[in-house]
Design a protein. Sequence first.
Length: 320
Amino acid sequence: MCTKKLKFENIKDAKERLSKYIKDTPLEKSVYLSDDRNVFLKLECQQPIKAFKMRGALNKILSLTEKEREKGVAAISSGNHGIAVSYVSKMLGMKPATVIVPENTPDSKIEKMKAYGANVLLMGTCFDEAYAKGIEYIHNNSFTYIDAWDKDVDVYAGQGTTGLEIMSQNPEVDTIILPIGGGGLCTTTALAAKSINPDVKIVGVYSECCPAWGRSVEEKHLYHEYPSGNSICEAMVGGIGELAFSMKELVDISLEVKESMIKKAMAHAILNEKIVAEAAGAAPIAAFMQYGKQIPGKNIALVISGGNANNDVLREVLNS
């Protein structure tokens, strides 16, 4: 079990550190999803890199020593974390980042990493394989590793600033729905929100093609690796982070969503909300559409975690 603990103070410190570089993302009411309940969209898809991963990567890299920066940073990613590390490295005038990605990473995300100067290496057919090969490569080349999901408190603290913002923007929010990949965004947002209002309910959403979070919680066993089916949610496949699993009690409800519903949610986001949400980012909308009144709360925030959608997937969902 993870020996490092994330504290609310870590998240507050991260918020102060990040405020010099990034602005709060909007929390906008959806007139289409609201009925007798108010539904708000937390638009992390409007970060400079179009994803929440900016928060964790920036907080971590700002926390590095000069010696650690000089070694060069490296990341293992299914997409958005790699984009974030690439962007931050360029923004801070560091050496180009090295990013290891699985072979199924969307070309659009790889192109974005390269646009920010990163050296992108394809390793393995899935994230779990990329992680195993990437860790060895990073160790052999003495890079400073920027952990995407497992147990880095600085990365987690940065991601948790999402929860601080939501509760500051609308203290009436009583339910927050988030996607779960490795679990970092969901659990850290939960810690921040519940530290402000312990009654806030946290709903974690995972795809039917990768139920790693659901199985880990049900069986009380950390699935650090997990076999996934073919999924449009490349950002949600693979295993659960060690630190996230240690905070699993903060997630009140875990819901499995259908891939078909995620596609409908992506189309809804574009056609109605006028925002681009990648599959993982649209998963909270999908959960709200699929489960309806089973989801508690009168003021519900859906975290749209990213907008780096694959062009082929966008065409598919809009033409279906």
